[in-house]
Write a protein that binds this ligand. Structure first.
Ligand SMILES: Cc1cc2nc3c(=O)[nH]c(=O)nc-3n(C[C@H](O)[C@H](O)[C@H](O)COP(=O)(O)O)c2cc1C
Length: 321
């Protein structure tokens, strides 16, 4: 499939994950077969205030393509201003708008899933229409089912996003009220696909090649979007991509393979942020690479405490088959 000028190589999208999907991690997921990756969410106001840490989130490595950078904000004016800064400073292929984040701090600022609250539909459509008008690259939207179980409005929202000129919608099959509780419900994705003509990505609890295929078959969506399942298991992207393309079920990665991928992740992060920050960031995700492996407890604990590069390599050396 082609979106804008960009040819997409498959049906697996790497979801935005705040604190993780920076350019270092994204280039690894792309190498492993992601059709494109979505960045962690970037605050419109922080861009406007030239916050240095936020500006560093605009970095896109030459091998980090195709990539969508995701913006969030609660007001049309600041979103437009923030998007202009993003678009003029970042070499990204797509602009993604976060209309689904459930976190209190974000929702309080009328951003994320608060855009789905009943009564804001006109405001949302107007904001997205304006964003599409100022953006030289395709604009995507990531939504949830609605604000709450009683106010599910994703079908109307999807129609409005299509009218606004959005080029792709990703839907996480939960409401804001659900946060991450319960199972994702993909029935609405199917209904959306019946009424809009845009590429649709389904998201939520897709954690295996079989599940990915089942969800695509059931919903007739164009893409699956993979989030948490890729943390500590980036090659799940490759396993899903291979299964969807060739009907081949690759085996789960061996311990040695997980070590290699964890090292690749560390080295890419070190390149981007230096040793200290890379190790601190990796403390939360590196242990996940070894979850489920026998004799991994000591390694996992050591990885949560590493201070220096030698601590990282030592932690990896004490685990064995
Ligand atoms: C740690 C974490 C960070 C996330 N950050 C973002 C984000 O920055 N932007 C966004 O739209 N969604 C974000 N999400 C939501 C995910 O993109 C995804 O919609 C959700 O995890 C459901 O998909 P999954 O079951 O495949 O993980 C985040 C989720 C998690 C767990």
């Amino acid at each position: 499939m082609k979106i804008g000028n960009v040819e997409l190589s498959g049906q697996v999208i790497a979801a935005p994950l705040a604190g993780y999907t920076n350019t270092a991690y994204r280039k690894m997921l792309l190498r492993l077969g992601a059709a494109f990756c979505v960045s962690e969410m970037i605050s419109d106001c922080a861009l406007i205030y030239h916050n240095q840490e936020t500006l560093s989130m605009l970095e896109v490595d030459p091998s980090d393509h195709p990539v969508a950078l995701q913006i969030f904000g609660g007001k049309k004016e600041t979103l437009l201003e923030g998007a202009k800064i993003l678009l003029s400073n970042a070499k990204c292929d797509f602009l993604d708008v976060n209309l689904g984040c459930p976190v209190n701090k974000v929702v309080k600022g009328k951003a994320g899933s608060s855009w789905l609250i009943k009564g804001r539909e006109d405001e949302l459509e107007d904001m997205m229409t304006s964003l599409v008008q100022i953006s030289p690259i395709p604009v995507f939207a990531k939504i949830r089912l609605g604000w709450s179980k009683d106010t599910i409005n994703c079908i109307e929202i999807a129609k409005r996003l299509e009218r606004a000129g959005v080029s792709l919608i990703a839907i996480h099959g939960r409401t804001r009220q659900d946060f991450y509780k319960g199972n994702a419900n993909h029935e609405y994705a199917k209904k959306i696909k019946e009424v809009i003509h845009l590429p649709l990505a389904v998201n939520g609890d897709i954690d295996s090649p079989l599940k990915a295929k089942e969800v695509l078959n059931e919903t007739h969506a164009d893409f699956v979007m993979i989030g948490r399942a890729s943390l500590g298991d980036p090659s799940i992207i490759q396993r899903i991509d291979t299964y969807l393309k060739e009907n081949i079920l690759l085996p789960n990665p061996t311990l040695e393979r997980q070590k290699e991928l964890c090292i690749e992740h560390y080295l890419a992060l070190k390149d981007l942020k230096g040793e200290y920050k890379a190790l601190h960031e990796l403390r939360s995700v590196a242990p996940l690479y070894f979850k489920g492996f026998a004799y991994s407890k000591e390694t996992r604990i050591a990885l949560t405490k590493m201070e220096k590069e030698e601590d990282f390599y030592h932690a990896l050396s004490i685990i064995h088959e």
